[in-house]
Design a protein around this ligand. Structure first.
Ligand SMILES: Cc1cc2nc3c(=O)[nH]c(=O)nc-3n(C[C@H](O)[C@H](O)[C@H](O)COP(=O)(O)O)c2cc1C
Length: 346
């Protein structure tokens, strides 16, 4: 089972609360988290692409780091970890993404992989005038399919003449071609997104299930799609880890974040206005939901509890890895490395 770390590339990370740890996505923090992960036997890192934050009081995601630039930096300072950088297909023409990926692959000695983001967050693109229209909600994986076809063609042959609905190449050149194969991953969760993973991906980054049986069913969908595509694709499952001395302390930490969640941002994230007169209703709706933790499946508890749950989920056939988010990247990765990794590896 591969262990992966979602890097702290977006301000304040994955808990939207007044009392959760706060951080800016600075290079020093990101580098520290990455080197700690490497020292404690993690296998891969993911940096996300996010270009718009929330206006609420905790300034969630307000500051973000550039995904490729971060991975180029990490390519130079890490030695072993696989590095997955994210590209939003609407922002960057495919030949440029192919070139950037080839260059980072070269810097890293073949440890770079591309996370293809098909573009679901309209606001991220409309703020800069590049949202193609709401038809993109339903056609984004057709667009991504053409995109990935071109990128792959350029990596493999150094040339593309692909002509499709969204892209027209005309003797498009890439040189040099990558010395090492570059993996493709995608975090599509829908059936169409899963089909895209099956057709192009080495791994699907899937939002994990807490129940191993549900995880098995979740993975079956991917395996059926990969069989139909005549390919193989693993599944790295995403979880938020809350590690404390005891299970009770971990639950207390979550309760504290829940009670102090930034309702304004949480409501906005869920598409609800949080204005005059709406405060109480909003609190009623969101207090008991896990939107404040982005509804990611959470594994909370002592090192033994966390290891036991991860081991059971990692043992599900087809689950190739666990991708984890933490809260305080100054301390949590090291703690997980010291206390949980030895239990998982033993
Ligand atoms: C692990 C993970 C990483 C993701 N990374 C990004 C990202 O970097 N940028 C982004 O805009 N969306 C990101 N997403 C959103 C996905 O690309 C995808 O659009 C979303 O999971 C919904 O799936 P669907 O597109 O099949 O509907 C990520 C999602 C997950 C679960």
């Amino acid at each position: 089972m591969k262990l992966g770390l979602a890097l702290p590339t977006m301000q304040n990370g994955w808990v939207i609360s007044h009392t959760s740890p706060k951080f800016s996505p600075d290079w020093s923090l990101i580098k520290h988290a990455a080197l700690t992960a490497e020292a404690y036997d993690f296998d891969f890192l993911l940096s996300t692409v996010q270009l718009v934050g929330f206006a609420g009081p905790t300034k969630h995601f307000h500051e973000t780091a550039d995904s490729f630039a971060i991975m180029a930096g990490l390519a130079a300072v890490t030695e072993r970890l696989m590095l997955y950088g994210s590209i939003a297909t609407l922002t960057t023409p495919p030949p440029l993404a192919a070139k950037q990926a080839q260059t980072i692959s070269d810097i890293s000695g073949g440890r770079f992989g591309l996370n293809i983001v098909s573009g679901l967050e309209k606001g991220m693109y409309s703020q800069m005038g590049i949202w193609p229209g709401d038809h993109h909600f339903s056609t984004r994986y057709d667009h991504a399919t053409e995109y990935a076809t071109i990128v792959r063609e350029l990596w493999e042959t150094g040339r593309s003449d692909f002509t499709g609905q969204y892209f027209q190449m005309d003797g498009c050149h890439l040189g040099p071609t990558p010395k090492h194969p570059i993996e493709i991953v995608c975090a599509g969760q829908s059936d169409r997104g899963t089909q895209f993973c099956a057709e192009f991906g080495d791994y699907q980054l899937a939002i994990g299930k807490l129940d191993p049986d549900e995880m098995r069913q979740w993975n079956d969908r991917l395996q059926k799609a990969t069989a139909a595509a005549g390919r193989r694709c693993g599944m790295h499952a995403l979880y938020t880890i809350v590690l404390r001395d005891t299970d009770a302390e971990a639950e207390e930490a979550i309760e504290d974040w829940r009670s102090n969640q930034d309702y304004e941002t949480v409501a906005g994230l869920a598409g609800r206005e949080y204005g005059d007169g709406d405060d109480a209703a909003t609190k009623n709706i969101y207090y008991n939901s896990d939107t404040f933790m982005l509804s990611f499946p959470t594994i909370a508890g002592s090192a033994e509890t966390v290891a036991e749950k991860l081991r059971a989920l990692g043992a599900v056939e087809g689950v190739s890895g666990i991708l984890m988010t933490f809260q305080d990247y100054r301390t949590d990765v090291e703690r997980f490395g010291k206390e949980v990794v030895p239990l998982l590896r033993s």
